[in-house]
Structures are given as structure tokens and as C-alpha cells.
Write a protein that binds this ligand. Sequence first.
Ligand SMILES: [Zn+2]
Ligand SMILES: [Zn+2]
Length: 325
Amino acid sequence: MINKVYLDRKKPTFKGNLHLHTTWSDGSLPAVQVVEAFKSKGYHFISITDHDIYARTDEFNTADFVTLPGMERGGLNQIADKNPGYHFGVLNDPTVDSELDRFGHLEQFPVPIPWVGDHSPQLLIDDMRAHGNLVIFNHPEWHLTRFEDMVKYDGFFAIEIYNHATEWSTTSSYGAAYWDHALQNGKRVFGIAADDSHEHDPNWKFPEYGGGWVQVQAAALDPVDIVKSLKQGEFYSSSGPEIYDLRVVDGQLMIECSPCKFIMFKSFPQRGAFLVNFDSGEPMTHASMKVEQDMHYIRVECIDFQGNVAWSNPIFVADLLQGGE
Ligand SMILES: [Zn+2]
Ligand SMILES: [Zn+2]
């Protein structure tokens, strides 16, 4: 088994939100104010993902803040007007040659999208990718997605495992069970926490923004480097805690994090280690577990004393066995 570093405490880490709305669709603030709101909260990058309208806002990019072009594509309902419909995050991928023209700034797309059979979501995913985008399966719990969809459809690079706005509005925000279903069926997909913020009122005691984010380890704060790292899974998601380091050394998966109540290694097919100081109540800041060769994947959740979570991406055990014993 080889040693491998997944998150390195020495590498620069950039905080970003990959899902939010502005007045270009149903958000409450114009893009320029949304950019300022996230800058003031210490974010390094955002993607403006309005409903069915693409944003390409290089004019907001500075040395310490970048915007990644994107949108949220939806309006695809199996039963028209009877369920919330599929929503996909669409994120410009500057690291590939686009088969078809890339979308332009404020390019609009028609809704609803006609349902032409069970392959309709796949047609949409394929079309977004052909135009040079990555696709994220947004808020599966809020959408009442069938678990089988995680396996039936292909081409999304990540699943939104925490969506802050749907926690805020309907407490249906956690998609990690969908993620495990995909992973258990052999998918190599990552997990993304995001805001999906529509309102940006900093005076609210329970704000709708700043509640879910990704921390990306990248060579530089640059759209190409950020997307490159996202595609490699060199990031973690959070609604609060921080993960400083994650690596496999001599067959042990080791994590370092900010002070947490629980650290849970979610592995498949065997259950992983669960760590908590029941007796002393002392916070956990690091943990490890042995990687078994017959495990498919292990991912780690660090849960703080407020119940907020940091989710590592999965490590795929097969990757560690290549070139190992
Ligand atoms: Zn949505
Ligand atoms: Zn949204």
C-alpha cells in the first residue's frame, strides 16, 4: 500500500461557495453586492449560479478574489409541476477543450425542459459537459431524488452533500446518504457543501449565506488551478469545522482537524472508526484508522460541538494498492 497525501496542511487553501443566486434570477441582491458580501466573510472565490442564466463575471476578479463562471440548470420535472425538479450545478471547466461553444455571460436557457423519458437528466448533463462545464448534482434531498438516480446517471463530478439554504428553509439539506449510495456503487464522485443563498442579509441571526462552503487546496487563486483541484478532489466541504491534513502513511489514514466532538470514518463495506472522548468531553483534533485492503472507500466526517460538519472527500483504497503490495 502506497503513502498518499490528500490534504496537506502546508498547502494554500482557498474558501469558496459554488452555489448562490443574485437578481439575475431569484436572488435578493445584485451580483456586485453578493461579491462584496462573500469577500467580507473571508471567501476567496464564488460561482454565481443563477437559475438558467449563465454568469461569466471576470470583471470581479482581483488578486485575492475570483469568480468562476457558472449557473444552475433546472426546470426538468418528471411530473410537471408536481415535484421540485432536477437542478444541476454547472461550472465552467477551463481545463478541457470544449466540444461545443462555451456559454456566454447572461446567456439564458428555456424552462421547463420537456421530460422525454428517464434519460432526460442524462441528456441535460451531457449537454452541459459538451459546452465545457463540470456538473454537480444539486440538493438531492430537497429535490426528493430517488437514490437510484445516483447510479443511473453519469457525468456529474460531485454531489451537493450540504445545501445551507434548504437547511434554512426546509431542513432538507444533507445529501451524504446519496453520496454513499453513489460511492457504494462504484462512482468516483466528490461531495460539495454550498450555500444556495438567495438572501444576503448580514443582520439576520440565522443568515441564509455563509453556511456551507468548500476549502480547496490549489497552486494559486486562479480559476484554472481551483477547477483543477476540484476535479482532483483536493478539497473538503464544511458547515463549520476545518480539516488541516489528511493522508495515508504506512496503511493508516490520518486526519487533523479543528476541535471537534466526533470524528467518524465512513468506510465501505466495513464500518470505520468512530472517535469521541465520552469520559473527559475533550475535543478531538486528530484521529486515524487502519486502511483495510478490501475496503472500497473511506471518507471522514468531523462534527463540532454545534453539530456543524467537515466532510473529507473519499479516499479510494484501490488507488493505494496500485504499485503497493
Ligand atoms: Zn436548486
Ligand atoms: Zn440554487
